[in-house]
Design a protein around this ligand. Structure first.
Ligand SMILES: *Cc1c(COP(=O)(O)O)cnc(C)c1O
Length: 425
């Protein structure tokens, strides 16, 4: 291990005059000393600004993944960095044993943004989902009158809600699910977009229907227009909570604060995460009315880090930026550009393309390339994206991207497809 001694001791920011590790060396050490739970593209990012990142060799890339929407406001957004610096100089962590002066402004702002009464702050998206599972079960027993330990939750096939043992218990992805049993019982999986199947699965034991308004990891799957409204009806009729996992779809990605707004549906609870931390730290939350969140009493749920002052400062800055900034408008306006331009690829190397706001899933002709190969070829041309399953790639650029930059990224996609021999239509 002599080759690694001292590397971890280097000051953050490094010695500008000191040796710089090459991409190859970074990857070799990472593959040796980190678990292989990811398969990253061979790009070692050293800096980011706005929609762009720079690697250790000084190459620049347009970041069209934006941390799976955690970086909706762009890298090192000046407003967020200023708010973080300000808070770093005051206090960063208190635990919820005490109040902190960022807490009330944060939960008030987020509750108002979502049109609900209360917020339960956590950190990762998976924790927000776990919170929802616990709150829904508790609500089923305390309010709906479901017999003890009999509560069920209806979820959608193809879902992605996180990586905990309970959450993977209702995943259909063999990589996420396989080999981690015994599984948490109490979940019923029905096909996404099929309201009749959901209706058939809901009964007197059902605490909640938990659904992504748009499925992100599945490849940006936008359900039929009447799907969420019909789920709302089913939940109203059966006294069941409708819980929208907006961890990826919310906070601007689709051009609205909540993707649910596109169908005019108001769920009983929203789950936010990813962009809520401004790309600076993990911040998530369950947001609902007091009659729902009120089932949790002191000591029954929480997190050491949930609602910490730095998270509160970031969260309330994010809320203010969504209210006052150009981000929603940008996502809507450029979303139209994206939608229009994606059409030109369908039939020319692309089988199908779906988009909503600045968020797209693109199914590349499988005979041309895998999604992974597409990502590698795009990275060589300076565009970072991520594959999902098979030959599908997903685009979710920061909402600060310009029209020229977006067009340039799509030009690179066109060039990659032509390079693979895709027919021009
Ligand atoms: C990313 C994601 C999660 C999990 O968030 P983590 O912060 O990775 O735990 C949950 N739900 C959805 C819809 C997501 O996209």
């Amino acid at each position: 291990m002599s080759d690694t001694r001292g590397l971890g001791d280097q000051p953050v920011g490094g010695d500008p005059a000191g040796p710089v590790m090459s991409t190859t060396e970074h990857i070799r050490l990472a593959e040796t000393h980190s678990a292989h739970n990811y398969n990253p593209l061979p790009v070692v990012i050293a800096e980011g600004e706005g929609a762009w990142v720079t690697d250790v060799e000084g190459r620049r890339y347009l970041d069209c993944l934006a941390g799976y929407s955690a970086v909706n406001f762009g890298h090192r957004n000046p407003e967020l960095v200023a708010a973080a610096h300000h808070q770093l100089d005051r206090v960063t962590l208190t635990s919820r044993a005490f109040y902190n002066d960022q807490f009330a402004p944060f939960v008030t702002a987020l509750a108002q943004l979502a049109g609900k009464e209360q917020v339960l702050p956590m950190n990762s998206g998976a924790e927000a989902v776990e919170t929802a599972v616990k709150v829904a079960r508790r609500w089923a027993y305390d309010v709906k009158g479901v017999p003890a330990n009999a509560a069920t939750i209806v979820v959608a096939g193809g879902n992605f809600h996180g990586r905990t043992t309970t959450i993977v218990s209702f995943s259909e992805d063999p990589d996420a699910y396989g080999g981690y049993g015994p599984y948490t019982p109490g979940f019923r999986i029905v096909p996404y977009g099929d309201a009749a199947a959901a209706a058939a699965a809901v009964d007197s034991t059902t605490a909640a229907v938990l659904v992504e308004p748009v499925q992100g990891e599945a490849g940006v799957i936008v359900p039929p227009n009447d799907y969420l409204p019909r789920l709302r009806e089913i939940c109203d009729r059966t006294r069941t909570l409708l819980i929208a996992d907006e961890v990826q779809s919310g906070l601007g990605r689709t051009g609205t604060v909540r993707a649910c707004e596109h169908s005019g549906v108001v769920p009983d609870a929203y789950l936010f995460g990813k962009a809520l931390g401004g790309g600076i730290l993990p911040v998530s939350a369950m947001v609902a009315d007091a009659e729902v969140l009120g089932v949790i009493k002191p000591g029954q749920h929480g997190s050491t880090f949930g609602g910490n002052p730095l998270a509160g400062a970031m969260g309330r800055t994010v809320v203010r930026m969504l209210r006052e900034g150009p981000y929603l408008d940008n996502a809507r306006r450029l979303g139209e550009v994206l939608r229009t331009r994606l059409k030109e690829f369908v039939g020319s190397g692309v089988v199908a393309a779906r988009s909503i706001g600045l968020w797209a899933g693109i199914d590349v002709e499988p005979s041309l390339a895998t999604g992974r190969q597409m990502c590698e070829l795009l990275a060589e041309r300076g565009v970072l994206v991520k594959d999902t399953h098979g030959s599908t790639i997903r685009l979710s650029p920061p909402l600060v991207i310009t029209e020229d930059e977006l067009n340039w990224a799509l030009d690179q996609l066109g060039a990659v497809l032509r390079g693979l021999g895709a027919a021009r239509s």
